[in-house]
Design a protein around this ligand. Structure first.
Ligand code: AFP
Length: 313
């Protein structure tokens, strides 16, 4: 069992968080072995929407589903499974998860991570997850990078834990992360420029013009291609992230999934003083209509997210 410092965790979440921490520490060990653990990045099939599934995606899903069977979780929704699984019919929580996001980075040793969202269990799987994102009662990510980190919110600030390799326990290092209101960096996959909408193009061009344009300051650019890595950088030092809708087929609602990627990251960011929208509307005000639906996603420093909403008119 992996230890987790539960001193700042509300009692109702201590069991589920300990289960997530235990599976997370186990997964960290597997990720750290890389090729020594076999072909973790090998393609093994496709998930719901035709996204390539890697071996580690499937292994991670199995590890979390197993760990959560005794954690009071009634409904379990995963990117790697078509439909919701009932784990404990008497559980009072529902949990949505991307067991391993950024899996295209597994074979090149770039930070990847687990993203999870926790809601009160409803009577049916649909009712548990197809509801306003503001109904979340907890959300977090586990980042597998130079450190294994867990950021989590229970609605009273965003906390940060580090997995201590010497003791195999998650230790609280920050009880209230604060996302800077102004940014020096922005993140978007610029290879999609020709597919962007006008407001997105206008925002990016303002940033590229730097001190020679309306922004009056130079900006730096970052694109890791791993949402957990980008989110942690922005939570820590500010910035803007955009995965907007674009003109490519299947990208009319962007690429990121509302229930287990966008909604939990939005909750974490807002609890740290940042903002998260679909370009205009706050993510937490939106409701998922389908379990695996995609949603355009903009988040980060409040000044920047406000500017993007302004450009969207
Ligand atoms: P994978 O899990 O397929 O690597 O996708 C990662 C991701 O969902 C998210 O973590 C990144 O921000 C985004 O996709 C990168 O998308 P692009 O490859 O289109 O830049």
């Amino acid at each position: 069992m992996t230890a987790l410092d539960t001193s700042q965790i509300p009692a109702r979440f201590q069991t589920v968080m300990t289960s997530l921490a235990t599976a997370g520490a186990q997964l960290a060990g597997l990720v750290a072995k890389g090729p020594l653990a076999g072909a973790l990045g090998a393609g093994v099939g496709e998930n719901t929407d035709g996204d390539q599934q890697k071996a580690l995606d499937v292994m991670a899903d199995e590890m979390f589903a197993e760990a959560l069977k005794t954690a009071g979780v009634r409904h379990y929704a995963s990117e790697e499974q078509d439909s919701v699984v009932t784990l404990d019919p008497t559980g009072d929580l529902a949990l949505a998860i991307d067991p391993l996001d950024g899996s295209s980075n597994i074979d090149v040793n770039v930070t990847i991570g687990t993203i999870f969202s926790i809601l009160p269990a409803a009577d049916t799987p649909e009712a548990s997850f197809l509801r306003p994102a503001a109904d979340q009662v907890a959300a977090g990510y586990i980042a597998f990078g130079p450190q294994c980190l867990m950021a989590v919110t229970f609605g009273d600030g965003t906390q940060l834990y580090v997995l201590d390799p010497d003791t195999n326990s998650f230790v609280l290092v920050e009880s209230r992360m604060s996302l800077p209101t102004s940014a020096k960096e922005f993140s978007i996959n610029s290879s999609n420029r020709r597919h962007w909408t006008k407001p997105v193009l206008a925002y990016v061009e303002e940033n590229e013009a730097g001190e020679t344009g309306a922004k009056g300051k130079n900006m730096n650019f970052r694109w890791v291609g791993s949402l957990v890595a980008e989110t942690h950088r922005i939570l820590t030092r500010g910035g803007t992230f955009l995965y907007p809708s674009d003109a490519r087929p299947k990208y009319e609602n962007g690429r990121l999934r509302m229930v287990y990627e966008v909604a939990p990251m939005a909750f974490l960011v807002e609890q740290a003083g940042g903002k998260a929208t679909d370009g205009k509307a706050p993510i937490l005000s939106l409701t998922a209509a389908e379990l695996h639906e995609r949603r355009p996603f903009v988040f980060g420093s409040s000044e920047e997210v406000d500017r993007i909403a302004e450009l969207h008119g």
